[in-house]
Design a protein around this ligand. Structure first.
Ligand code: 5GP
Ligand code: ZN
Length: 110
């Protein structure tokens, strides 16, 4: 989608530190990391949020990518977050899963 920063990253129109890629997804380092490991996993297809798609292939591919990324990095303890909607903290309206690791992560998250 035009003017979507994550579409531009997925299409490699703007550079990013890609850590993983497959047919459906790419994963790259967050610009403003909230933990020593902070990676974003996105679908190559544009969906504004989790509310915007029922595509089971894409949804499965996103979780599969989390497993591939963590396996690749040798991470066994991590948190996966999907912020959906402004009130839940979503700022970029192209679905993304956060992978956070490398420091103690409190629960409940607040
Ligand atoms: P949200 O708050 O929407 O769940 O998360 C958006 C995330 O995208 C934030 O953690 C923010 O740091 C990250 N982000 C925003 N713009 C860019 C960008 O241009 N490049 C990268 N790598 N991360 C970005
Ligand atoms: Zn997009």
């Amino acid at each position: 989608m035009e003017n979507c920063i994550f579409c531009k990253i997925a299409n490699k129109e703007i550079p990013s530190n890609l850590v993983y890629e497959d047919e459906y997804t790419v994963a790259f380092n967050d610009l403003n990391p909230q933990a020593p490991v902070h990676i974003l996993v996105i679908p190559k297809a544009h969906y504004a949020s989790l509310n915007e798609t029922d595509d089971k292939e894409t949804l499965a591919a996103l979780l599969n990518a989390v497993k591939e990324v963590t396996k690749k990095l040798g991470i066994t303890d991590y948190r996966t977050v999907i912020n959906t909607g402004k009130a839940a903290g979503q700022e970029v309206f192209h679905i993304h899963l956060h992978i956070l690791s490398g420091r103690p992560l409190n629960w409940p998250p607040g």
